[in-house]
Ligand binder design. Sequence first.
Ligand SMILES: [Zn+2]
Length: 401
Amino acid sequence: MTTEPPTQIVPLPLSVPLAERETGFSFMSRLAARNGVSSRLLGLNYDMPFKSVVDGEITAIRTLSALGSVNPEQVAKWTASHRNRSSHRLCGETFHGMSVRNPVIKGCPLCLKEDAQDHTRPPEQAMALRGHWMVKHVFLCMKHRHPLVPLWRESNLILRYDTSQRFTDHAAALVQGDFDQETREFTDYDQWIDNRLENGRADGWLDQHPLHAGATFCFLLGYALLRLEISAPSSIPREDRWAIYQTGYEVARKGESAIRKSLQKLQQRTATPQQGPKATFPLLYERLAHDYATDPDFMPFRDILRSHILETWPLGVGDELMGDPVERRQLHSVITASKETGVDQRRLRKLLEARKLISPEQPDAWALFDAEDTSHLLASLVTYLPAKNIRGKTLHDTVAV
Ligand SMILES: [Zn+2]
């Protein structure tokens, strides 16, 4: 595919100004309407099918920009370019699945109302769809502090992105404020993702990672951590999801050590080891262990969770660690060691505390020690058990501690 600018294109007699961060398909739809033709016909006339602009093909974007006398780099930056079945590029970042191509189109009603104040053209020709509104992980217009709200839902790609047609149905309601909601202050997360899209990577820990993976991790971590405050994060309505992202971002921005500390706090306050990491970090574990297991963008986050579980969970043979079976026990808790050896929990605890192998503050379930280093000690306890205890009773049943 050539990326050379078209040389034979004469700008159309009537144009529309390119809005800040406007997508190519929005601009094309408005430009066509301004010139009294459909997007499809405009595309056919200039060998740039509307679908090719929807897909962010650079040649089509350049032709379109020449026709409308606007900067092609600006149009290209804010138009997601289709890579393959499941990925797109936008603002230099790769997005997967429906994260920039969702049947539900959202936007800021106050931006659109401002667009409509240009009275030289009908509102549906003035209202522009911005590129950052397409991103699943963006929730707020930073200019107006207004939440992005659903504007329409359309499964057909061409109909969905032919924006001047869609705005014909919604412009009046938008102008009279039917889509308006309460504004809110922006969060650090809102600011981070807006800056990242506009300016690229900064120097924070999260900026070392691809945007889609980083933002998704904020959501997954936030979802897990909310269990410290509410019993059912799944009950949070879709429009309040920004709060989940912010909860995760607050921790993730500080890096690996803060993430591990937060996971530790979560498991000790809300779970027992018997419940397992899958039940303790439900969505976080499921996504990183399975759904994103082969996606290299998620590998750093997967590695953090995996090594954290390995270092803090008394997993034994038969348990699962991020989709793989555990083949060797690395850690025991007082409870797992008691179960495996048949030695009474209280006696075991005393012995381990006396040897400073466990902390007195930790409950039996989370009082962990190295299984290999203590294998001789545990074996020696079993050796001295009377034969009848091995058949089922614990040491405590027969021996005074
Ligand atoms: Zn706005």
